[in-house]
Design a protein around this ligand. Structure first.
Ligand code: HPA
Length: 276
């Protein structure tokens, strides 16, 4: 965590502060995942900022991720939505992956809601449904906090005994019940990808106690918690992997099922925002 990284974050924050000028600051940061871009369409009075305009921010290379920051209102809440994220498998470093989170945290975001598309590991799951992330396993082999600690941002050894906020999870359960959205709860394991899991890896991850597997989110959650922000997380279950009957999960299927889950997930998130 070198001075360059902190300076890059400060530069991006200064650019966005100037752009927002007198506008209200976002309270909630929302990371949309694969197939979940439709949520962005619900944001009122959107002010869209392409990532390429923000100094120091990498440009997203994945086609299914638009690569823009959208400021606006969702329900009664001022939000900043990240449509497009940076993944380790694209070749980005853990710091680059977590830079948007650092920027939004420094801009004053208090709560982060992270969404992703993930493969279900619990054989009882159905694709197209939503899992609230109760806890995670960082199996990426890296950590965005490696290196000198920026004390202004957070502690050297941040606590992770309760990374996902219990109060926010309770609001999500209520919002899901009110909107008749079935909600799984479970453990998300983050892997580097981009190769999908073998049957043996799938059995191993399930044995670890994970309920869903994906290639994002854990590093961002680590950065947000390090920064002292509250976190809520959801996986759109796009495919379900069973070691004894593995099937390919092509990107089109992942996107289609994430979109299917996205409708219910949008209702849950809006419900949570209304209750804040
Ligand atoms: N494995 C890893 N990442 C994923 C999957 C999967 O099965 N589905 C969606 N993202």
């Amino acid at each position: 965590m070198d001075a360059d990284h902190m300076q890059a974050v400060a530069g991006a924050v200064a650019y966005l502060e100037k752009l927002l000028a007198g506008d209200p600051r976002p309270r909630v940061g929302l990371t949309l995942g694969t197939g979940l871009g439709q949520l962005a369409g619900r944001i009122q009075q959107p002010r869209r900022v392409p990532y390429r305009d923000i100094p120091g921010l990498p440009v997203s290379t994945v086609q299914s991720h638009a690569g823009e920051l959208i400021f606006g209102r969702l329900g009664s809440c001022q939000v900043a939505a990240l449509a497009g994220r940076f993944h380790l498998y694209e070749g980005y470093t853990p710091r680059q992956v977590t830079m948007p989170v650092r920027v939004l945290a420094e801009l004053g975001v208090e709560i982060f809601i992270f969404c992703n598309a993930a493969g279900g590991l619990d054989p009882a799951m159905e694709p197209g449904r939503v899992m609230m992330i109760r806890d995670h396993i960082n199996f990426t082999g890296c950590n965005p906090l490696t290196g000198p600690n920026p004390d202004q941002w957070g502690e050297r050894f941040p606590d992770f005994s309760q990374a996902y906020d219990p109060g926010l999870m309770e609001l999500a359960r209520q919002a899901a019940a009110e909107n008749q959205v079935p909600l799984y709860e479970g453990v998300y394991v983050g892997v580097p990808g981009p190769s999908m899991e073998t049957p043996a890896e799938t059995a191993m991850l399930r044995g670890f106690g994970a309920d869903a597997v994906g290639m994002s989110t854990v590093l961002e959650v680590i950065a947000a918690r390090h920064h002292g922000r509250k976190v809520l997380g959801f996986s759109a279950i796009s495919n379900v992997n069973r070691p004894e009957a593995m099937e390919p999960a092509p990107l089109e299927l992942v996107i289609a099922n994430a979109q299917k889950a996205g409708a219910g997930l949008g209702a849950v998130i809006q419900g949570v925002l209304q209750k804040l």
